[in-house]
Design a protein around this ligand. Structure first.
Ligand code: ADP
Length: 573
């Protein structure tokens, strides 16, 4: 039984060898055997690669099952036809030239090709064996995919390495100083040209303007057009896009294809569009510098026409850089603030000792004089009750000045330790003001200030009486101190939800640059030689107003006076 089958297979094998060797009946070929040129077709049929055997003029004489599967056609339809007719890929001129070259010279050829519709890769080998050319075609798509994945991984790894090296360098630069403009400038120089053709850092200012703190360009010819553009179109926080928007929202803006975005964008004057186009920007990334929830600035990286494109990986790197820069900016700021605080505290100590010493010295002198005046053994006898009474009033004034200074100092330590407790009660701010103002009659008269009080209607609310008195006393004594010889107006009013109190003087006023410091501890703007004070009053006022969930506003024109307005919610939230 076994041997019978073996013979049958051997026979069919011989038949096909004959047909291949003559090349006359290719359509009748079947599996297994060897052709006239000595090719073992049985072996070819077992191969996983697609194989086609052709005559030297490209007529198919044998195809293996793998090729049948690949072309989706049975061999009867393929044999006897020119190779070029069987597949569009083989119809290509370059393939035909390769085939004919191998047929002519006998030198084998090997090459890769890609079929676009199915996105597959093949490696093809052409051999000549005697009078035959054999084409092997192996699908290498899986290897190619693997290779592409590996290449992408490798590229990613290299990029990560480059980024890590860059960030390490940047961290060094950022830690090199605490002076922020200097470190930002160094960072911009480091970023160009590694991360772009230009890099800038812009900071929002307290007055709502935007300041360019650092900028670097890869080409000197970029400097003038950029400066020109900046002067004509300054960055504004309310801008709908770009640096202003990033500073306002704290959200990264990534434009990988700037010309396309510009073409699609609506609006904007044609002059502006021309100016933007003139900058030759091809792509940009703007990332916010955020630290402790605050947008401290924006870092811009841009590529000009000649440069490579930006990817998401560049955005991540820029964000990483911005994070480090923000931390370093913040550290610098904290350091400056700490230095400022130490300076203010030192100057406070000298001011405080001077302030305490002045009434104390007068007090001592007055008490000595009183003792002398009351001494019955004095050469011209004890002084008159009127003379004694004048000195007692002076003593009283000095004691009250000392006690108010000590109270301020105590308040500072109490408030700083978080122990400002409010004792709320139902009050009328207008009535309270009418009650407090007369206590200043003497001070007003001494300073030559007339006071106009407008506190007719009731302004009721739920507040702390003593603390409100303190607020009013501080504002009034400042108005008298800094508005000497000029009239003062005090107004009180209320609507359904709020009450307000304003104290207006016509004195020296407050320069705009001093306003931010006004409510800080130990800060004094006026010269300490001419005006006494610890620089604590307004700080205390603000702490009290904050605790009552209100706010304090200042309007001032230097040389013309100031108005301090306190607004309070009538009932705590
Ligand atoms: P001080 O005890 O020194 O007056 P304040 O905290 O009350 O301290 O005020 C801080 C600084 O604010 C003052 O040194 C002064 O320069 C300025 N200032 C306060 N009130 C006025 C005002 N009404 N007019 C002008 N400057 C003022």
């Amino acid at each position: 039984m076994l041997s019978g089958r073996y013979i049958a297979l051997a026979r069919s094998h011989t038949d096909r060898v004959d047909s291949l060797s003559t090349g006359q009946d290719p359509g009748g070929a079947s599996h297994g055997g060897s052709d006239a040129s000595g090719l073992d077709t049985a072996l070819l049929d077992q191969m996983p690669e697609a194989v086609v055997v052709c005559s030297l003029d490209a007529v198919c004489v044998h195809v293996n099952p793998s090729l049948e599967r690949h072309l989706g056609r049975p061999r009867q339809e393929l044999l006897g036809r020119r190779l070029w007719e069987l597949h569009p890929e083989w119809a290509e001129r370059s393939f035909q030239e390769r085939f004919l070259q191998v047929a002519r010279t006998g030198e084998s050829d090997e090459f890769e090709c890609h079929t676009a519709p199915q996105d597959r890769w093949f490696v093809k080998r052409l051999f000549r064996v005697h009078e035959r050319v054999v084409l092997f075609s192996r699908d290498i798509s899986a290897e190619k995919k693997q290779e592409a994945t590996l290449r992408a991984l490798y590229d990613e790894m290299r990029r990560a390495q480059r980024h890590a090296a860059f960030l390490a360098q940047a961290s060094e630069v950022l830690a090199s100083s605490l002076e922020h403009d200097l470190i930002l400038q160094r960072m911009a120089h480091l970023a160009v040209p590694i991360l772009g053709d230009a890099c800038s850092v812009d900071l929002p200012m307290p007055d709502g303007q935007v300041r360019r703190a650092a900028v670097a360009f890869s080409k000197p010819e970029m400097v003038a057009p950029a400066q020109d553009f900046q002067a004509r179109y300054p960055i504004r926080l309310e801008d709908a896009a770009g640096i202003g928007k990033v500073l306002r929202t704290g959200v990264t803006e990534f434009i990988p294809d700037f010309p396309a975005m510009l073409a699609a964008a609506q609006g904007g004057s044609s002059a502006y569009r021309r100016a933007v186009e003139g900058l030759g920007i091809s792509a940009y990334i703007i990332v916010p510098l955020i630290s402790r929830g605050r947008v401290l600035g924006a870092l811009t990286l841009l590529n000009s026409e000649s440069r490579r494109r930006y990817t998401e990986a560049d955005v991540r790197l820029a964000e990483d850089l911005a994070r480090r820069a923000a931390t370093s900016l913040d550290n610098g700021r904290l350091y400056t603030e700490a230095q400022e605080a130490v300076r203010a505290r030192d100057s406070f100590l000298s001011v405080a000792s001077h302030e305490l010493n002045t009434p104390l010295t007068s007090l001592m002198l007055n008490i000595q004089a009183l003792r002398r005046d009351m001494d019955p053994r004095a050469s011209n006898g004890p002084a008159s009750p009127e003379a004694l009474s004048t000195k007692v009033v002076a003593v009283q004034r000095q004691v009250s000045r000392l006690s108010s200074l000590v109270r301020e100092l105590l308040d500072v330590s109490r408030i700083t330790a978080g122990r400002l407790r409010l004792e709320r009660e139902d009050l009328d701010l207008a009535a309270l003001t009418r009650e407090v103002v007369p206590r200043f009659t003497e001070d007003l008269a001494r300073a030559g200030c007339a006071l106009h009080l407008d506190a007719e209607g009731a302004a009721t609310g739920h507040w702390d009486r003593l603390r409100l008195e303190q607020v009013l006393q501080n504002l009034l004594s400042n108005a008298i101190k800094y508005g000497r010889g000029r009239p003062i107006e005090v107004r009180v009013g209320a609507d359904a939800s709020r009450a307000w109190l304003s104290v207006k003087d016509q004195g020296m006023g407050i320069p705009p640059e001093g306003r931010a410091r006004l409510f800080q501890r130990f800060e004094r703007l006026a010269s300490e030689r001419h005006y006494g004070g610890l620089g604590l009053g307004l700080w205390i006022v603000k702490q009290i107003v904050d605790a009552m969930e209100g706010r304090i506003l200042v309007e001032s024109v230097p040389g013309q006076g100031s108005t301090f307005t306190v607004e309070l919610p009538r009932h705590p939230a």
